[in-house]
Design a protein around this ligand. Structure first.
Ligand code: MF3
Ligand code: CO
Ligand code: CO
Length: 256
């Protein structure tokens, strides 16, 4: 599939979808506390997206995914399935990944939450993985190449003695959840596709405390670190503008 360039009216619809996805993360934040189950978080997000936003939770039934959000705890890298039996406990770290469809366009964003008092090493992993995302975003402008983005992310993760997951990546986004191009979170400077105004894609680095290898659980969705150590991820949906970048899923507490 070729990379689609979005027109200004399409970017406006992406802006709306992105804002709604960001607002789900802001809405759910006060509920992400010790004792809540990930199934309960899924139910609250589902009902908010459907009944308040009049939007569609994109994960639900996507290639058979059974829930409306992804909740990935501790050693889970991504695509964790919410469950009524899994209660968040003091010291956990959890990624909540929200994708909404509004007026035919997708907005995709995720962030980490520390539950109660989190160990310093886990706080550091969450901080460095967020810095990896921000360093990637800072490069986005027409003429930048995808390898430049992958390189800066890999460099920051590895200089902190962490590793970058290889099997999953960012992606073009628009009418489809996952479009071309693939946005790798590792790579060489001055390589890969050149960015152009009107491209929309995600950056969503998964950074592991230990080695980069992953394994898929028998449920067919849950991706874990092979060594069982912690993993953290942050994601934004971006548009390439004439001047640089617009972060379509920016939250109120973020300044770009
Ligand atoms: N939101 C994820 C991403 O960032 C994809 C989740 S697919 C699902 O691309 F089926 F697990 F929801
Ligand atoms: Co994504
Ligand atoms: Co996502």
């Amino acid at each position: 599939m070729a990379v689609s360039i979005k027109s200004p009216p399409e970017i406006e619809r992406m802006r709306t979808a992105g804002r709604l996805a960001a607002e789900v993360l802001e809405m759910i934040t006060p509920y992400v506390e010790p004792g809540v189950s990930t199934g309960e978080l899924d139910r609250i997000c589902h009902d908010y997206i459907v009944n308040v936003q009049n939007a569609v939770p994109a994960p639900l039934n996507y290639r058979g995914f059974p829930k409306s959000i992804c909740t990935s705890i501790n050693q889970v890298v991504c695509h964790g399935i919410p469950s009524g039996g899994r209660t968040l406990k003091n010291g956990d770290i959890v990624n909540i990944d929200i994708t909404v469809i509004k007026d035919g366009y997708h907005g995709d964003t995720s962030m980490m939450f520390g539950i109660g008092k989190v160990p310093e090493h886990a706080e550091r992993l969450m901080r460095v993985s967020r810095e990896c995302l921000y360093k990637g975003i800072a490069l986005v402008r027409p003429g930048c190449r995808l390898g430049d983005i992958g390189h800066v992310i890999q460099q920051h993760a590895e200089s902190n003695y962490y590793s970058v997951v290889r099997e999953y990546c960012g992606h073009g986004i628009g009418r489809e959840f996952h479009e071309d191009p693939q946005v790798l979170h590792y790579g060489r400077p001055d390589s890969g596709m050149e960015l152009r105004e009107g491209m929309t894609f995600t950056i969503e680095p998964m950074v592991n405390a230990g080695r980069h290898h992953t394994r898929l659980k028998p449920d067919g969705w849950t991706v874990e670190t092979r060594d069982g150590r912690l993993s953290a991820q942050w994601e934004h949906t971006l548009a390439v503008t004439a001047e640089g970048v617009e972060v379509l899923t920016a939250r109120g507490d973020e300044a770009f």
